[in-house]
Design a protein around this ligand. Sequence first.
Ligand code: NAD
Length: 485
Amino acid sequence: MNLQKPILNYVNNTWHESVAADLLDVTNPATGEILTQVPLSPGDEVHQAATAAASALDEWRRTPPVERVQYLFKLKNLLEENIDDIAQTITMECGKTLAEAKGEMRRAIENVEVACGIPTLMQGTNLEDIATGIDEFMIRQPVGVCAVIAPFNFPGMITFWFLPYAIACGNTYIVKPSEKVPLTMQKIFQLLEQTGLPQGVVNLVNGGQKTVDAILEHPEIRAISFVGSTATAKAIYAKAAANGKRVQCQGGAKNPLIVLPDADPQFTANATADSAFGCAGQRCLAASLAFAVGGARNWFPKAISDIATDRVVGNGLEEDVQMGPVITDESRKRIEGIIQTGIDAGARVLVDGRYPNISGYENGNFIRPTVLSNIDPQGEIAKTEIFGPVLGLIHVETIDDAISLINSGSYGNMACLFTSSGASARKFRYEAQIGNIGINIGVAAPMAFFPFSGWKDSFFGDLHGQSWDAVDFFTQKKVVVERWN
Ligand code: NAD
């Protein structure tokens, strides 16, 4: 496979080798092989991208929306044609299975499709005769240069929660991918280049913390979208706001499921396993806690443990593999440590996925699905975002007990309920203090035409990614009051 070496920045429609002295290895998490090195671009290179994006702004915003979306139609076709190649790159640098990588790119494409509707979505409002002979209009105009700072776990999709809407609304854009997975954006920017977008409309700057700091400080950059851990989200939210920028920050998660005794056992166990162990648990919508209510404790722990034991773990490029490795060796050790802390605190191990023998992949960052029961609701397993294939089980007597424990948590990304009772479903939907709710769904991922609605420590800001929220985020409203005598 043809992988980009070295990793380049893309500024003003030209590929540049960074002058960065600091380079980080990019490693295939399944094999330990070093794929390439990523430059930690200095602030000067952010400045070049911001200057290019600012210079492109006037002509781009004057390009009619119907013409701007023609580039997105082209991009959609290019993404469809290259989905297999991009998916392979995602699997190689991020570790998830090919099917998961392709699924991620489908979600990316859906956002391009929705943003193609900008000529409708971006319309303002008006009212004739607010007073006799006077009319009033609300017009949406682009914000300016905008940027995204992305996490490692969806190297392709997450940028698409923002970029298609931003440019369709007439903004120009800078992407800063995670330094752990820079290869996917190299491929995607090659496709953006093929769309013929004018110079400076989309730019790519690779790097780490210093690169992000330069983005947060640059006076030309007006709006910032961040997705990553809660600690970084909070820090970026504060700094971007202090610098007067529009900002939306999606943070970490600790997603609970509730299993009621009237749920369909096999369906529930399968959906839970896909949620907890899909993408090796490295999804911000991964289930990591399950509350078995009342009699559900009689069947749920065994059903989920059987599936966990049977999962085929290995290199995501291989066809029958159901779960890949976690992103780094450091991450694997951190997850093993958290499991041990839970055991030391009294958790019972139903399935221990630590230290597996994955033949041929001795240098991979593998950890098999793990299920722990008797979790202390106030302990580390119940409170910490593990971001690995670990499910903690807690037994409670009523749905009220489960909802109250869920609402006492600090995160609010997703919670799901499995039941055959409409009344229980409504109660849960109504009372759970969580932004994305699943009823008989294990991964309640909003489609591109709905906002990705994390709450509490899972989100800082008011406008979310995707759909109408993205249009609001990437436009500023102008009101015109008009009289012609
Ligand atoms: P991370 O916070 O370590 O990194 C995210 C981005 O921030 C990267 O581009 C990184 O270069 C940059 N960064 C990291 N530390 C920084 C610092 N101190 N200052 C400035 N920039 C910094 O997150 P990650 O490990 O790449 O991703 C996993 C996390 O992302 C998990 O917590 C997961 O829940 C979360 N996530 C959330 C969502 C969501 O929609 N809420 C979606 C995907 C991932």
